[in-house]
Design a protein around this ligand. Sequence first.
Ligand SMILES: *[C@@H]1O[C@H](CO)[C@@H](O)[C@H](O)[C@H]1NC(C)=O
Length: 269
Amino acid sequence: MNYSMPILLVCVLSLWTKGQATHCGDRQEEINGHCCDMCPPGTFLKKYCSKVEQTVCSPCAEGYYSDKYNIFTICEQCQQCPRGYIEKCTSTTSGTCSCQSGFLCSNNNCSRCEKNNCQIWENPKRKEVSSDFSLTTYSYKCEPKCRGHEYFDVKEDTCKPRTQCSARGLAERIPGNETHNSVCHNSETQGGLFYVTLCIGFVLLSLTLFVFVSYTFSKKLRKHTANKPVQVVPAKTSDFHLSKEESGVQLMIQDESKDSSGPLHLEIS
Ligand SMILES: *[C@@H]1O[C@H](CO)[C@@H](O)[C@H](O)[C@H]1NC(C)=O
C-alpha cells in the first residue's frame, strides 16, 4: 500500500482547498490561489499549474490506472488476478479477474475459484456472502437465461420464442424445452390428409371384413339348409302362428335350397 499515502494526502489537500475555492470550474482545483485544471482519466498529476503554466499531467504506467478526473500524483495499481483476466487492466479501468474456463470466482480478487454448475441455458447469479475489509466472498445461484415461453438457441447464443403449435391450429409433435423449439405437425393439410387416409383405410377394412363375414355366413347357411331340410318341416307343422312374412322367408329359403319338400310346406302356409 505504498501508493495510498500520497493519495490520502492529496485528498486532504483537495478537501482543504475546496473550502477556499469558490470561483474555479467544474474540472478545476484551486492550488496556491490559481484554478488548476484536473488531470483526465488515464493520467496523473505531474505538476500543478502556476500563473504562467497549465497543469502538467502524465499517463499512467502499465499496470496502473485512474478512472476519473483527478489531481493525484500517482495512478492506482490495477487488480492482481492470480488466474487471468476477463477484462484486462487499462489506463482507465482496474480490469476484472477471472478463473479458468468453467469456473467462477469465489471472491472479489478470484484468489479462490469454484466450479460453474449451471447448465448452458442458465446464468450464474452472484450473491455477496460476506465482506471484510478488502475481501468479499461470493456464492452463485443458477438462473435461466430465457423467459418461460422461450428456448435458448445454443448455436446463436440467444433466446428465441417457442413456436405455439396450438395457436396455429396445429398439433404438437415434439414439445419444446430449455434448448429446443417445439415442433408442430408440418401443416394443417398434411395433418388432415393423415386423418382422411386413416378414415378411408378404416372404412375399406370394415367393408372387406363385412363382405368376408357375410359370404362365409351365407355359405354356411346354404350348407346347413341343404343338409337338413327335413328338420325345418316338423317345426313348421307344429307352429301355426307364423306371420305371413316369416313363412314367406321360410318359403324362399326352401325355394333356394331346391331340395325342399315343397308340397308339405305349401300346405302349411
Ligand atoms: C430437449 O429436447 C431435445 C429433443 O427435442 C433433447 O435432445 C434434449 O435433451 C432436451 N433437453 C432437455 C434439457 O430436456
